[in-house]
Design a binder for this molecule. Structure first.
Ligand SMILES: [Zn+2]
Length: 481
């Protein structure tokens, strides 16, 4: 493998991640040699890190390190039989399992372009990130494949897939070719299931901006996840193929990641909601567009339930700097609460400003990295509103408002007390639906700011009931009486 890099300043040594072979399992990698351009360099390989002493490094000049290594990957490149008993090879790197099979800086902030030269027996097909440069018959039964990306991507989404595939090119949308790669045994079902990808891709291009990669391939695979958003080459779980188009929302989620997560990438793991919360809410907005308000409401209500249930088990903020087991960050905070933060932001700013902010954030951070503060800055600039309190309370604090209300009605006035039962007060608008004695209703909005506050609301008739948050716009729960 060749690694190209530049030194920003002169260093005595630098490190790359690569899992080393352990004598018990026999799995892991052994390095044979490392060359800097054509000169052998000394290195050590311990604690799954390669430490390389460069020869005469100058700042700002590109060096190529050729690392010759071999072994059986412990993880990251999943080799084995698929559901049909055929041998397959699938990269599955999230969060930082890439360095099980290639040397890299295995962190989302260190992006690179990548090229794969793969020799495989000719009964296999090979798919990877980027576009295909070459497919050559080397011998009667051996082929060489060459795939290459033109834009930098994080290691978590750098993959190859080698298997017996049925491949269908389903045409282009906005000049992006879309294809389906499924196991040949169930090709009709698979081709049908993934044929919806084109319209999903079109929706996101039209709403977010140009697609970051050269192609979109949807691939049946052995990923451990439901779907894994690998850049331009999305891997789905084996049993996603049913012939019933059951996974439209999963496909939408993974396609949304191409912009958020893959291209505009979180700067570090605690900010992973910028990836998962975005993919979740953009899927909700896709559903809103394609299936209407009722389907959308149902999704966000379910997402709110998931957040409230998760909070009963675990009290951590969305931006969680303490969890070091990154798999545990794939939780309701990153997905559903992240989605709810965007939902409340959209209600706060209005649909048009919200989408403008999403587009602006993408344009500013595409192929780069961003933090939660970077996203906030963009949304503040676009909307002209101060969002410090909003971001702080919903993303950096644990929990959500737990509300208790008491009210009385007397001569065209409702006197209402709102108590926030959680530890610290939140600041939020609250919609109240006043249900009148004649069956009509009216929505009034109050701004809740303190732990306990009284409100007087003018009404146009006799109020017989009040419904909180009738349009599902606030992440909250009702206190037990
Ligand atoms: Zn995701």
């Amino acid at each position: 493998m060749r690694v190209k890099l530049k030194f920003k300043k002169i260093v005595d040594e630098f490190q790359l991640d690569l899992v080393e072979r352990d004598s018990i399992s026999g799995k892991g990698m052994v390095i044979d040699s490392i060359f800097q351009n054509n000169v052998s360099v000394s290195f050590t390989h311990t604690n799954n890190k390669i430490t390389i002493q460069p020869k005469y490094p100058f700042a700002g000049i590109e060096y190529t390190y050729t690392i010759k290594y071999s072994g059986i990957p412990k993880d990251g490149l999943i080799i084995g039989e698929n559901i049909h008993g055929d041998r397959t090879f699938f990269g599955d790197n999230w969060p930082n399992r890439a360095h099980n099979w290639f040397p890299c800086v295995d962190h989302p902030s260190d992006k690179a372009t990548v090229e794969y030269l793969i020799k495989a027996p000719d009964h296999y097909q090979v798919i990877a990130n980027g576009y295909q440069l070459e497919e050559t018959n080397i011998t009667a039964d051996l082929k060489q494949f060459h795939w290459k990306t033109t834009v930098p991507i994080p290691t978590k989404v750098m993959v190859i897939g080698i298997a017996q595939f049925a491949v269908q090119n389903i045409g282009e949308t906005h000049h992006v070719p879309v294809s389906t790669w499924v196991y040949p045994q169930t090709k009709e079902q698979g081709f049908y299931d993934f044929s919806i990808a084109k319209k999903i891709l079109a929706f996101f291009i039209e709403n977010i901006g140009e697609y970051p990669y050269q192609k979109l391939a949807n691939v049946q695979s052995r990923t451990r996840f439901g779907g894994m958003e690998n850049a331009g080459v999305i891997f789905y779980f084996e049993k996603s193929v049913t012939g019933k188009q059951e996974h439209e929302d999963l496909i939408a989620h993974e396609i949304a990641h191409q912009w958020f997560g893959n291209s505009a990438t979180e700067i570090d793991w605690p900010h992973v909601w910028l990836s998962e919360g975005f993919a979740t809410y953009l899927t909700d907005l896709y559903v809103l567009e394609k299936k209407g308000a009722a389907a959308f409401q149902e999704r966000i209500q379910n997402e709110r339930k998931t957040v409230l249930n998760f909070f009963k088990r675990k009290q951590t903020p969305v931006v969680d700097t303490r969890t070091t087991n990154y798999m545990q960050l794939l939780n309701a905070n990153s997905y559903q609460k992240g989605a709810w933060v965007l939902h409340m932001l959209r209600n706060e700013l209005g649909d048009e400003t919200f989408w403008k902010g999403i587009r602006t954030y993408y344009q500013k951070y595409k192929s780069k990295n961003a933090s939660t503060a970077d996203f906030r800055n963009v949304m503040e600039e676009v909307s002209g509103k101060k969002l410090a309190v909003f971001f702080e309370q919903w993303l950096f604090k644990t929990g959500h408002p737990i509300l208790k209300t008491n009210w009385i009605y007397h001569s065209n006035k409702v006197r209402l007390i709102v108590d926030q039962m959680q530890e610290t007060a939140f600041d939020f608008p609250l919609d109240l639906e006043l249900i009148y004695a004649d069956g009509s209703s009216e929505i009034k909005t109050i701004n809740v700011l303190y732990k306990s506050a009284p409100f007087v609301i003018e009404t146009t008739g006799t109020v017989k009931d009040i419904k909180l948050d009738p349009n599902t716009q606030l992440l909250f729960e009702l206190a037990d009486k």
